[in-house]
Structures are given as structure tokens and as C-alpha cells.
Ligand binder design. Structure first.
Ligand SMILES: [Zn+2]
Length: 315
């Protein structure tokens, strides 16, 4: 079973046709910004998204938008109607939340309560907004940049420079390492008590994904892996990662944690349900690919499923 057909985890499905060809069509975008069927999702500068009074995603029609639509970022088409995202100034955001009886939720909180397609849409919008907020000036010459193509490109305004910037995504690997009946999980000191998760880390320049998997596991646990195999991916916009999920095998070695982890240990599949039931082991929340890598491995060994951990929740 591939993860693509497995249980859902967050941010995989924006429910959207990105209609990327439309980004360069200024006339089409201008018409979209005022079309009655168009909807705008609204973010705050800190990336939180506006939910309405029923905790569903608040979507404003053009006539209802509390700011000018010119700067809104084009996300795509949903059933033929355009979706945009806009960032509200703090005072406007507060007034809009009050008017709607809603609230701004962070992405983890939104992911825990929104339908998968809406959570995916928010993740996409938030990732773009974060990139835009950090690309206001040219990294080559220092001149201001101008957003183009519906917010998907930043262009240096200095004619002699003309540097162009595109949204970036930072690849990171995440891996379940298995040895016989056991899997290797680690925990960071900052995590909730007794939570253990799969090992993960950023891919470095000049490195293959397979090399990154082997290096990260060795750095974090001292364990040398054998083969690894790609399983599936998850956009992880905290703020701009793409988690590339792998499974790997290793011979049993005593984990030696480095500076990144507080602990790493082997958990036998046969003991995990009891440990979880007794509160001695907490897994990552269901929204994460990490939980699904663990659960997928567990299911293959036992035919049963594990209980996910609690989400961190809305802050
Ligand atoms: Zn420049």
C-alpha cells in the first residue's frame, strides 16, 4: 500500500486546479479578482488564517473583502471559480474577525479542524505568504521587489539588476528505520512528554535524498542504515518544507544520540500498543506523515493500527 492511497494526513490535497497558466494572464486575473464567484481566504501577517463563527474556513466574496483585491495572491480554481489569498493588516484582521464572530487560527489548529482540502489550501496560501514576506527586497542589489504572476514571482525593480525570485520549498527527509520487530524513534527535548517520532532533517546542497536519509539517521542516532525506499511526501509549511517520507532497514545497534535529540530508542511493535495505552509512549498527531510512516510499518507487521498523538492544537 502506498501512502497515496493510505490514510489521509494533512496538507496533501488543496482540492484545487492551480491553473498556473493563468498567473501570467493579467486580464484574466483582473477579471477573476472581481468575479462574483471568486473567494478570498484571509491571513494575518503571522500566517494565521481566519475561521468563521462555525470554525470553518472564512471565504470573502469580492464585494465583501475588507482590503483591495489587487495584491491578493492567486491560488487557483475551485469548480471553475477563482481562489485568492490576502494578508490583512492587523487592525483590519481584528475588525474582520469581530464582524464575522470568527477567529484566526494557526495552521496546526486549522489542520486539526478543517476538511482536508481546506487545510491543504491554507497550507499553500500560508507558504506563499511567508515567502512573499521575506522577498520584499532583492538579495542581489537590495532594491525593492515587485510581486508578479499573481504573487508567484518576485521581480527586482532595479532595471539594471532584474533578478527574479520564485517561491522556494526546502526538502527534508523523514524516515522510519526498522530492524526486525522494532522501529527506531527519537524525541527532542522540546516535545510534549513521552512523544517519540521518526527521524527527520533537511537535505543539504549536493546531496541525494538517499544520502540525506543515511546521514540524518547516523547524525541523530548513530545507527547505520542499509537500504531505504521512498514512500510518500507531505507539504509541511512550517514555514516552507516538503517532507519526503522513507522507510529504511538497519541492523540492531544501540542508538547514540547527538545534539539534536534527547533520546532515541528501538520500540518493538509488540509493546507499542501497551506503551501508548499506559501513557508511556505518545506518537505524533494524525496530521503528520510521521504518524503514518509509523502506523504503516506497524500495520504491515501486526495487521492492526496505532493511536495517533494529540495535535498541539490552536494557539
Ligand atoms: Zn536586484
Amino acid at each position: 500500500m502506498s501512502l497515496a492511497r493510505g490514510p489521509a494526513y494533512a496538507f496533501r490535497d488543496g482540492g484545487l486546479d492551480r491553473a498556473s497558466e493563468r498567473r501570467a494572464d493579467a486580464a484574466a486575473l483582473a477579471a477573476d479578482r472581481v468575479a462574483p464567484a471568486t473567494r478570498f481566504l484571509m491571513l494575518r501577517a503571522d500566517g494565521r488564517v481566519l475561521l468563521d463563527a462555525h470554525a470553518t474556513l472564512a471565504l470573502a466574496a469580492p464585494a465583501d473583502l475588507p482590503v483591495a483585491a489587487d495584491e491578493a495572491t492567486f491560488l487557483g480554481l475551485h469548480d471553475g471559480a477563482a481562489r485568492f489569498a490576502c494578508v490583512l493588516p492587523d487592525d483590519v484582521a481584528a475588525a474582520e474577525a469581530g464582524r464575522r464572530g470568527g477567529r484566526f487560527a494557526d495552521l496546526r489548529g486549522a489542520a486539526a479542524s478543517l476538511p482536508a482540502a481546506d487545510a491543504g489550501l491554507v497550507a499553500y496560501a500560508r507558504a506563499l505568504a511567508h515567502w512573499q514576506s521575506r522577498k520584499r527586497w532583492c538579495g542581489v542589489c537590495g532594491a525593492p521587489t515587485r510581486l508578479e504572476e499573481g504573487g508567484h514571482r518576485a521581480q527586482c525593480t532595479d532595471a539594471g539588476c532584474g533578478a527574479t525570485y520564485f517561491p522556494r520549498t526546502d526538502p527534508a527527509i523523514i524516515v522510519i528505520v526498522a530492524c526486525g520487530d522494532a522501529c527506531l524513534l527519537g524525541r527532542q527535548a522540546s516535545w510534549p512528554a513521552r512523544r517519540y517520532s521518526t527521524l527527520a532533517g533537511f537535505v543539504e546542497p549536493g546531496e541525494t535524498l538517499e544520502q540525506a536519509v543515511a546521514r540524518e539517521v547516523a547524525e541523530e542516532s548513530g545507527v547505520r542504515i542499509g537500504n531505504c525506499r521512498y514512500v510518500g511526501s507531505q507539504p509541511w509549511p512550517f514555514p516552507a518544507s516538503l517532507m519526503l517520507g522513507f522507510e529504511a532497514t538497519a541492523r540492531r545497534q544501540v542508538p547514540q544520540v547527538g545534539c539534536e535529540l534527547e533520546d532515541a530508542r528501538w520500540f518493538a511493535a509488540s509493546e507499542m500498543p501497551d506503551l501508548i495505552a499506559r501513557g508511556e509512549l505518545a506518537l505524533p498527531p494524525a496530521m503528520s506523515i510521521s504518524f503514518h510512516l509509523i502506523d504503516r510499518w506497524f500495520h504491515r507487521r501486526t495487521g492492526a493500527h496505532l493511536s495517533p498523538g494529540q495535535p498541539l492544537g490552536a494557539r
